[in-house]
Design a protein around this ligand. Sequence first.
Ligand code: 4AD
Ligand code: MG
Length: 482
Amino acid sequence: MAKRTRIKDLLNTTEYNKQVTVMGWVRTFRNNQFIAINDGSSINNIQAVVDFNNTDETLLKRLTTGASVAVTGNLIESLGKGQKVEIKVSSLEIIGDSDAEKFPLQPKKHSLEFLREIAHLRFRTNTFNAVFKVRHALAFAVHQFFNDKGFVYIHTPIITASDAEGAGEMFRVSTFDPDHVPRNEDGTVNYKEDFFGKATNLTVSGQLEGELAAMAFGDVYTFGPTFRAENSNTTRHLAEFWMIEPEMAFYELNDNMDLAEELLKYVIRYALDHCADELNFLKERLLEEEKNKPQTERSGLDLLSKLNFCLDHDFERLTYTEAISILKSSKPNQKKQFKYLIDEWGADLQSEHERYLVEKHFKKPVILTNYPADIKSFYMRSNELDEQGRKTVRAMDILFPGIGEIVGGSQREERLDILEQRMDEMHIPKEEMSWYLDTRRFGSAPHAGFGLGFERLVLFVTGMTNIRDVIPFPRTPKNAEF
Ligand code: 4AD
Ligand code: MG
């Protein structure tokens, strides 16, 4: 195929009067003359002008929305409004036809719900071009951040035999024929005959293996897919999502918070610096979408101001206990407007409470620390009992406006005896986790880490409102299309 130039480069050039070839997909064809072509390199199209008097009629008829074309011609300064350059077509080839009657994407506004049903084609819209460019930039920025700091990227396993969070929300991995599962004499499933010779599942987190590597490399991170079989049909939960999990030896809780805040600010700044076109487009999209909403449901700041606001302010840090007292005396609690009223220390925070703290009370990102031990995972480091004799652990959750929890992490329990006691209390099988406990047996050291939900980050930065719209092919309860 002839060499093609990316449309993005042509739109930025001032070198006119040269022959160029572009290849892309027709967005619109107007007046039998103007083709708007998009090749994905930019959300903006290039205009190609055909001389219809000297072009075969049947060829012109095939210039339909969605068709792929190759266009060669002279790049000239455009006289028309809305673009700086255009291509005066000298040769036109239809590479792949697109039946206008059947192609589901029309040159008009489609709802996000409709586009979700045709997720295989939604890449071809401006909104999803912008969203997935930003997603790419954020992923790249994550690696850059850690690489610059000397962290080692560890590929933790996708298939595991352990439940890292101890929450039991796992997808099984098996090659058993579901109609003929081998059983032991007592009727239980005989996993010895299964592929791995034991019960296995898709990982819910790479943390435990990350801890093993941190005890050798010092600073490591994973960035991979994780799976949760929680039946949460919300705008913030996926059954398959990507998570960034750094793990650092000789870190305590404060170091952990500093690193998480620095990471978040770094990647948001990277997106602002490298995705200006996309973020501007998404800002306008959000303003448009919110026009139909009542004033109270609109974001106070536009998308770019919101992102910049995050960079310019320290995240508010407070303990769970302090948060509970704020929530207890808050208006929505007093007036019984919360669905789950806060009346006691120990209650798990729901997303309505997290959002109240972030969006109403502090009006900025918040880091909550030192949660009750009972509502957190077994591996978190125990604190001394507080003045009231209550047991807390060195957990930290970062809460973001419009998102709720974006990061969950903790300092880890490095003391073998206390960890074993916690595992017993929480019915975590110690024998099977002997490899994990070895880190505490041989050269144990204080360490900490966290998990940043990548889609929640993309949601925040793009201003999209449903997590299904920031991952190409979302997996949610009762949905695994494509
Ligand atoms: O709070 P979580 O469950 O923490 C862990 O998995 C730890 N092992 C992390 C660590 O310390 N290394 O999950 C971490 C983050 C959440 O804050 C959230 O952003 C995201 O992962 N997350 C989800 N994102 C989308 N869909 C889901 N179902 C998610 N569950 C968690
Ligand atoms: Mg969490």
